[in-house]
Design a protein around this ligand. Structure first.
Ligand SMILES: NC(=O)c1ccc[n+]([C@@H]2O[C@H](COP(=O)([O-])OP(=O)(O)OC[C@H]3O[C@@H](n4cnc5c(N)ncnc54)[C@H](O)[C@@H]3O)[C@@H](O)[C@H]2O)c1
Ligand SMILES: O=C(O)C(=O)C[C@@H](O)[C@H](O)[C@H](O)COP(=O)(O)O
Ligand SMILES: [Zn+2]
Length: 364
């Protein structure tokens, strides 16, 4: 077991710790200390359960622990799947004092968090993220949701976890493609608010892709510091939190268009960040050299730098339901420089049209 780093998400009475380290799943009482509930439901999926469920259940010794093992995949981040968890909660008489543990990647975290937010109008829950993406982003900040067939994360709530336990050892079993998808959200923090981190990521990309534990731990910790700081400033996305959405307006359109799953969230966000970067360059905000740097780091991380074949009209249609639309006006996260992002509706519409023309397939 190595050192554990603990960060804090400062939200007054709803503050909570993020523990990052190795061997955490085998530490007795780490979960129960943060979840003083008699009944606990562990929500996980069929891929994660064989690796980690027994250890989490063992750590809940002394509690009445149950588990629900869901099918795996973004397409199961739905109300129908949430209903399976509600069914288990009813069956085992879960009351307001009961608690939920989300064990898995962002799909499980978002769905279990949504169930926790809505079960009897809100019960406690804890995040045990097991993908890089979930450790650096989705487990922190309390955005919970399920998808609608017509739009990503359309049905959700803000509901903060009581604690985040990121055991880096769980990344040992993560497929390479999923590791790369997680790197997209790590790179995002550099692009929106930390040019030095971006330089560090460029230098350390080979180590990260080779799963060097120290490099991964530093990437997780620096990412969580950024996420915690943004969330503490603007929990409910009244302003600056929207910067965490860089690439997501384009990316969510890609995920919805491709039916939730063909493109991983991180892959869609990577292509979306390239599109946002290209548009920022077209606006005259980002230099050509910096755009190429953005494209290069994503490409070195093995991520897509262009969307799938999609007509521009389909992008327009899907982007129109983005949650950042205000009074019918689309707001986008664009870059003024690397490490300096802005959320704005004051973009040149011609720059958006040029971006869609540049990246989209023409209708047959
Ligand atoms: N709430 C937020 O703030 C937030 C932030 C970013 C992303 N998200 C959401 O997160 C989701 C994406 O999360 P994700 O990338 O973790 O995808 P995911 O949850 O689908 O996990 C990726 C894959 O890895 C498997 N897996 C998980 N842990 C594993 C492990 N340790 N070993 C082996 N396999 C493992 C999963 O079963 C799945 O097949 C999207 O729905 C996205 O919208 C939410
Ligand atoms: O925490 C946030 O805020 C984010 O925007 C993080 C994103 O990486 C994440 O994908 C989030 O789920 C997107 O939220 P949404 O509000 O655009 O659905
Ligand atoms: Zn995201």
């Amino acid at each position: 077991m190595t050192e554990t780093t603990t960060l804090q998400v400062d939200l007054g009475s709803r503050s909570y710790p993020i523990h990052i380290g190795t061997g955490l799943l085998d530490q007795p009482r780490l979960i129960t200390d943060h979840l003083p509930a008699r009944r606990v439901m562990v929500v996980t999926n069929e891929t994660v359960a064989p690796h980690y469920l027994d250890r989490v259940l063992a750590s809940l010794d002394g509690r009445e622990a149950h588990s629900v093992v869901l099918p795996d995949g973004e397409r199961f981040k739905s109300l129908e799947t949430a209903m399976r968890v509600y069914d288990a909660l009813i069956e085992h008489r879960f009351d307001r004092g009961s608690a939920i543990v989300a064990l898995g990647g962002g799909v499980i975290g978002d769905l279990a968090g949504f169930v926790a937010a809505t079960w009897q109008r809100g019960v406690r829950y804890l995040q045990v993220p097991t993908t890089l993406l979930a450790q650096v982003d989705s487990s922190v900040g309390g955005k919970t949701a399920v998808n609608h067939p017509g739009g990503k994360n359309m049905i959700g709530a803000f509901h903060q976890p009581r604690c985040v336990i990121a055991d880096m050892d769980t990344l040992d079993t993560l497929p390479d493609r999923e590791l790369r998808a997680g790197l997209a959200e790590v790179i995002k923090y550099g692009l929106i608010r930390d040019a030095d981190f971006l330089t560090w990521l460029e230098a350390n990309m080979p180590a990260l892709l080779a799963r060097d534990k120290a490099a991964l731990a530093e990437a997780v910790e620096r990412s969580c510091r950024h996420k915690a700081a943004v969330v503490a400033e603007d929990e409910l996305e009244a302003g600056q939190r929207a910067l965490l959405n860089l690439g997501h307006t384009f990316g969510h359109a890609i995920e919805t268009h491709t039916g939730y799953g063909a493109w991983l969230h991180g892959e869609a966000v990577a292509a979306g960040m390239v599109m946002a970067g290209w548009m920022s360059m077209r606006q005259g905000w980002l230099s050509e050299a910096d755009f190429h740097r953005l494209e290069a780091i994503l490409s070195t991380a093995g991520l897509p730098v262009a969307p799938p074949a999609m007509e521009s009209e389909r992008f327009r249609e899907l982007m129109a339901v983005d949650k950042k639309v205000q009074d019918g006006r689309l707001r986008l996260v664009l870059l003024r420089a690397l490490g300096d992002a802005v959320v704005t509706d004051a973009f040149d519409p011609a720059a958006l049209e040029a971006t869609l023309d540049h990246y989209c397939a023409s209708p047959e």
